[in-house]
Design a protein around this ligand. Structure first.
Ligand SMILES: Nc1ncnc2c1ncn2[C@@H]1O[C@H](COP(=O)(O)OP(=O)(O)OP(=O)(O)O)[C@@H](O)[C@H]1O
Ligand SMILES: Nc1nc2c(c(=O)[nH]1)N=C(CO)CN2
Length: 184
């Protein structure tokens, strides 16, 4: 196989066939350092206010690339229990400094909190008002230089509890991959 020229390195190349990537439970990944993550943002309440706030918070951690934000029906809504639509957007975040999965999850919890997400109120109301939900779909593991792993290819790992991905997540990931190979 031809090795890509270093300048041609594309951050999301290793993601193309994500169905074939390794899946690991979040518990098994807590202490792992990661260099990049693919996130799904969701908001069903004042999304036009909270999505930009979340993007700004995430941007402080490193470089971000965004998929188009789409309004989708809540996939838990039924005819008997209609629910407000979600606005969803995927984010590729390349971290300035590697962080562990545990640190990332704590940081996102803090961001959700800063978006005034009130879990207690959510629980008491029949319809949840979710200002901001940040889910980790995939992580790129920090691989030690002396490891024998193939460069760029094998380090993307799926958060098993989020798999299979929702249709809007697949669409967002594919859009990010397409943009990435186009722009670099
Ligand atoms: N892939 C993941 N992304 C984000 N958090 C996760 C993930 N897997 C497990 N967790 C854990 O789940 C906990 C709660 O997640 P979250 O805040 O998304 O809850 P929720 O919004 O009530 O549930 P959901 O997002 O599934 O509707 C987090 O504290 C985190 O430790
Ligand atoms: N379309 C859509 N539906 C949802 C979503 C979401 O992000 N998008 N999140 C939920 C709970 O986290 C429940 N339902």
């Amino acid at each position: 196989m031809l090795k890509p020229h270093p300048m041609m390195h594309k951050a999301l190349t290793g993601l193309k066939n994500f169905a074939s990537l390794e899946r690991r439970e979040p518990e098994a990944l807590q202490a792992q350092s990661v260099t990049a993550v693919l996130l799904a943002l969701g908001s069903n309440y004042q999304a036009e206010t909270y999505l930009p706030i979340a993007r700004e918070q995430l941007g402080a951690l490193g470089q971000i690339q965004l998929s188009t934000a789409f309004q989708n029906p809540d996939f838990t809504a039924t005819v008997e229990h209609p629910k407000p639509d979600y606005t969803n957007q995927c984010v590729y975040l390349s971290l300035k400094t590697p962080m562990t999965v545990q640190q990332l999850q704590q940081t996102y919890k803090q961001f959700e909190w800063e978006c005034h997400r009130q879990r207690l109120i959510e629980q008491q109301m029949s319809i949840k008002q979710v200002t901001m939900d940040i889910d980790i779909l995939l992580v790129r593991l920090l691989i030690e230089k002396n490891s024998l792993s193939r460069e760029n290819e094998s380090e993307w790992t799926i958060m098993a509890d989020r798999y299979p991905f929702k249709a809007h997540e697949v669409a967002g990931i594919n859009e990010l991959i397409a943009k990435d190979s186009f722009e670099k």
